[in-house]
Design a protein around this ligand. Structure first.
Ligand SMILES: [Zn+2]
Length: 571
């Protein structure tokens, strides 16, 4: 206990004292010699670091070999693509960590010896608490995909595809207790092999963070710098508070929807499976089919599912004249009005047949009162809802909310001729990644695959058991609920400032109404550190804290009133 307390006091001072969080950039002459012998410039490979670190001013120092060997005061030691190390350098780095320093490494740290010969990855494994599993193949279809709301990656929206350049056979597959990014292809297919590329850990002495990417593989982009900001903040034990993607302390969201078209009468089968698991879904209805089964549509609505549109007939919209597209939208609405009567205005979602649409489609949907569009995997780089950009200048409160499908659907499963077992495994792996990524996940199933003995009919009960196993971590709800939340969330801003040893958190709710379950995530200065939240005297809100993992806590506000609310966070 005593040891822990001492470490805690020491690190708290490190983060908040006068000389907080010294950052040391190590320039290894051994690594420099190794790259020079291969005809490459080490300075060029790591050129982003000195430029990036300038903003830390007096807190940054570059370190040569002699200084490292002389045991400098601890802080964060950066080992930038420090591929080759001699025995004394290795020992000094180990001592630095033993003395309570934190490490940030990129690329194949210590994988070569003083002569530049391969030395294995043991030093890397031990220093950063990771295991490695070979390399990713070199191609231009590999993306660095960080986890949303993560302790080291929170400035980047969930599962954004971040491009890598020049991975030249050195993108390491790693696994670790705590990972914060994975490498995936463009469609975000989850590989069977380990595929993490960023990991972090807190030992009783210090913190470590590791990127399995060498520095020259990063294009100069704002996102990469934001990632470094958050990683260094975590290593320096600076707590940060940020708006969570989801309400009520959930970590990810899931929409299970049916494209309800051919074999329309199978829709109640999915409804029943969802209800047995305690969920509601969205049924995007092809209205020329729906009019033949009006009782089914009305019954689904009565049972609490969302009824939405899958257009009038099963043809795409892309490239068609505005007048033609508008006629179809009017017609589908007219058909739905005939089925739902006075409840027809509740149908506010749309999904284009074959995911074929263009800017005009989205413009028309909004003009005709639709609120969300369930779109394709190409619609966005992030695995989150977003506001349509089809009509420039339309503010978020009026813009169409787009819900991107970011995983394979049953059409792809059929094309790939997957067995029900393979489908089950694919869905389970994807859901697992979605939850770890803090992502929005949209599973699209088709009515024709939900008939008795159909592929999805056989797969879904097991899948739904898997969904249920995530409990409160996963928010499973209808498309209109996700849409409403996304709009409300957008109108709340979260700011925080350090004030005498704590965080002052200011929430501004510009919605006309109170927001239920608004959630702020907070990174903790130490593993399982306690977090105390108090409302400023003028702000009367009920806020509870909830542990997310050893490094994050959530503050969940039952009902966030319009206007400004101030909270005080102490650790
Ligand atoms: Zn369809």
């Amino acid at each position: 206990m005593l040891a822990l307390c001492l470490v805690w006091t020491c690190t708290a001072r490190l983060a908040w004292g006068a000389d907080e969080g010294q950052i040391l950039l190590y320039l290894s002459p051994t690594t420099e010699r190794y790259f020079a012998s291969a005809g490459r410039s080490y300075e060029q490979i790591i050129k982003r670091w000195p430029a990036y670190l300038r903003k830390y001013g007096e807190h940054v120092r570059t370190l040569g070999r002699e200084e490292l060997l002389a045991d400098p005061p601890t802080g964060v030691l950066i080992l930038p693509t420090t591929v080759a190390l001699d025995p004394q350098e290795r020992a000094a780095i180990e001592r630095f960590a033993q003395r309570g320093g934190s490490l940030l490494g990129t690329g194949l740290v210590g994988s070569r010896d003083a002569q530049g010969q391969p030395a294995g990855l043991d030093f890397l494994h031990t220093s950063f608490q990771v295991r490695s599993h070979g390399f990713f193949p070199v191609n231009d279809n590999t993306f660095f995909v960080p986890f949303g709301d993560g302790p080291l990656t929170w400035p980047i929206p969930a599962a954004r595809r971040m491009g890598l350049s020049n991975t030249s056979g050195s993108l390491l597959r790693i696994s670790a207790s705590h990972t914060s990014a994975v490498a995936l292809d463009w469609s975000r297919n989850v590989p069977a092999e380990p595929h993490a590329v960023m990991a972090f850990e807190e030992t009783p002495r210090g913190r470590v963070a590791y990127f399995g990417v060498s520095d020259d593989a990063w294009p100069a982009q704002r996102d990469n710098l934001l990632l470094l900001d958050a990683t260094l903040a975590w290593l320096r034990r600076e707590p940060h508070a940020y708006k969570a993607a989801w309400p009520h302390g959930h970590q990810a969201a899931h929409l299970i929807e049916m494209d309800t078209e051919d074999q329309f009468e199978s829709a109640p089968n999915l409804a029943r499976d969802l209800e047995n698991a305690g969920y509601k879904g969205t049924f995007y209805c092809l209205t020329t089919e729906a009019v033949r089964h009006p009782d089914i549509v009305r019954d689904l609505l009565r049972r609490g599912h969302e009824i939405a549109y899958h257009a009038d007939v099963h043809f795409g919209f892309k490239g068609d004249a505005v007048r033609e597209q508008e006629l179809r939208i009017r017609f589908m609405k007219q058909q739905m009005a005939g089925i739902l009567g006075e409840r027809a205005p509740e149908a506010t979602g749309f999904r284009a047949p074959t995911e074929s649409y263009d800017r005009n489609t989205e413009m028309l949907l909004r003009r005709h009162g639709l609120l969300h569009h369930a779109a394709d995997e190409s619609s966005h780089e992030d695995r989150l809802p977003f506001f349509s950009v089809s009509e420039p200048g339309v503010p978020p409160e009026r813009a169409l909310v787009v819900l991107p499908r970011t995983q394979m659907d049953d059409v792809s499963f059929r094309l790939k001729k997957l067995t029900p077992e393979q489908v089950g495994l694919t869905l389970a792996n994807d859901l697992d990644l979605a939850v770890r990524s803090g992502a929005f996940s949209l599973l699209s199933v088709h009515s024709q695959n939900y008939v008795e003995g159909g592929l999805m009919r056989r797969t879904m009960p097991d899948y739904l058991r898997k969904v249920t196993s995530y409990g409160n971590r996963l928010w499973v709800t209808r498309g209109d609920e996700i849409t409403r939340w996304w709009r409300q969330r957008e109108a709340v801003s979260v700011d925080s400032q350090w004030r005498s040893g704590g965080l002052r958190l200011i929430l501004r709710n510009a919605n006309p109404e109170a927001v239920a379950g608004f959630t702020v995530f907070v990174t903790l200065p130490a593993r399982q550190a306690s977090l105390k939240v108090t409302a400023a005297s003028a702000s009367k809100v009920a806020a509870r804290t909830q542990s997310i993992d050893p490094f994050r806590a959530a503050i969940v506000i039952d009902s966030l009133p319009p206007g400004q609310t101030e909270l005080r966070l102490n650790f």
